[in-house]
Design a protein around this ligand. Sequence first.
Ligand code: ADE
Length: 342
Amino acid sequence: MSAWPQELASRVVRWQATHGRHRLPWQGTRDPYRVWLSETMLQQTQVSVVVGYYDRFLSRFPDVQSLAAAPLDDVLALWSGLGYYSRARNLHRCAQAVVEQHGGRFPATAAGLQALPGIGRSTAAAIAAFCWGERAAILDGNVRRVLARALAFDGDLAQAAQERQLWERATALLPSRRADMPAYTQGLMDLGATVCLARSPSCLLCPLESLCGARRQQAPERYPVRTRKLRRTSQALWLLRADDGAGAVWLEKRPTPGVWAGLYCLPVFDSRQALQQAVPQRLQLRDEAPLLHVLTHKYLHLHPVGATLERSSVRREQGGWFSAAQWPQLGLPAPVRRLLAG
Ligand code: ADE
């Protein structure tokens, strides 16, 4: 059993070399700015979506100085459609902290990185492992699943003490050589994303198959154990799609804090009645097909309502008329972008 940790690590490292992902745009660099940007984008978004955003973001902001100096609106506009916009706001704050407090250089340890805005333990460890080979464990959703299964770890991860325990087990499994850390870290992520899937994992393709506790029990899907299920509340919102009859739409900036803080959006109302009271009486309203948008903690039932208005009849704050040509430059929530395009 004492040889087990290094055996797991070396299998992951070997497997990564032959079966892992190698040609992603953020691989082959040790620039912490690039790695940090990619890891932040990848936190809640799939690789295939991130690729395009990552390249566009880097062309506009090639280094931490240019990002720190940019207006937040420009950052949000480039983030538009990726969702979870607190990531973009934190990215901007973090860039400013790196420039103002660290002379434009990222701290070169996981602990130093974790002290920056928006960088959690797992992201800090991933950056430190990729850039400097630091022996720090990651435990994002995919890796948690791989390790909980390999270890047949049956502690309830809804409990902080069990979660801490899994971090310790993950740390004990790290390769002893720093040079192996980038491939090991990437290999665990790749295994979680391509083989050790939440449902119907491909155990026969897995390099850990003969070591895996969950496999031995023939019950990979029993792990990880987590009793507290994510409960989403529901909220209905009415969105006024006001046009000027010539293709421009009224958009306004969302307040902070709240859903879509800082982004441009159609005016939002809690009820159809509230929407109706905000527009001139006897205005023809067009109810459009509702759509469902799922956030981490909420189901949003969105009810778009169209209306054509005189430009001068709109007197609301923090907004303006924007033509279709201007929409791509604005930070817009993904469902609003889809609505406008549709
Ligand atoms: N998910 C989080 N980090 C990742 C990475 N470096 N490569 C692929 N998927 C990831």
